[in-house]
Ligand binder design. Structure first.
Ligand code: ADP
Length: 207
């Protein structure tokens, strides 16, 4: 199964681009969505999180208390490692399940930290980077999440640099402040056509 790893910094436009591929019927496997689901009420990670961190990290509705957990792991690397040792294997397993069942010629795996994790470890055939200047990222995330500028800068500082992502990219979609959604859509349409061709070529046995 031909697999595209879609990545980019926070606020670069990964979700926006992924939605445009999804409109073509492409299966989107998003590790953030999976992470959210396993820590939602009744999520498979919740009993493990409760026994590792205590009931105070479980909100009244049975989901993970995200604000509390964010504050905890931000200041405590051991807690961060412990949380990840619970969630990462579950995310990987669910991601693999979705990939094995994905219909269509190819699928897209959205991995915000693809570069940081090492693309090879993710078993993707190609890396598509959504690129934009850091200042644009900051403005979008302030707008979208209502975060403080310092908070966004701290998140960006912990992610791979723009240069590192571009160096690892096979394909790039430029989504800077001049990029309209129409332009983005046209680029996605072209890439979609190319990916279908590549997937067909990859699935043919070599003669
Ligand atoms: P990511 O998933 O990489 O964090 P999003 O796709 O959520 O980024 O984009 C961040 C924010 O910026 C969202 O609110 C989105 O609607 C907006 N946005 C992204 N690209 C554009 C664009 N080309 N034009 C206008 N708004 C955009």
């Amino acid at each position: 199964m031909f697999s595209i790893g879609l990545t980019g910094g926070i606020g670069s436009g990964k979700t926006t681009v992924a939605d445009m591929f999804a409109a073509h019927g492409v299966a989107i496997i998003d590790s953030d969505v999976i992470a959210h689901r396993i820590t939602a009420p009744g999520g498979v990670a919740m009993p493990l999180i409760e026994s590792a961190f205590g009931p105070e990290f479980v909100a009244a509705d049975g989901s993970m208390d995200r604000a509390k957990m964010r504050a905890r792991v931000f200041t405590d690397p051991a807690a961060k490692a412990q949380l990840e040792s619970i969630t990462h294997p579950l995310i990987r397993a669910e991601s693999e399940r979705q990939r094995s069942e994905a219909p269509g010629a190819y699928h897209i795996v959205v991995v915000p930290l693809l570069i940081e994790a090492g693309a090879r470890a993710r078993h993707v055939d190609r890396i598509l980077v959504v690129d934009c200047p850091v200042e644009t990222q900051i403005e979008r995330v302030i707008q979208r999440n209502g975060f403080e500028r310092e908070q966004v800068e701290a998140i960006i500082a912990r992610q791979a640099t723009r240069e590192a992502r571009l160096a690892a990219a096979d394909d790039v979609v430029v989504n800077d402040c001049a990029a309209t959604l129409e332009k983005l859509q046209r680029e996605v349409d072209v890439l979609h056509g190319r990916y279908i061709e590549m997937a067909a070529r990859a699935s043919k046995p070599r003669s």
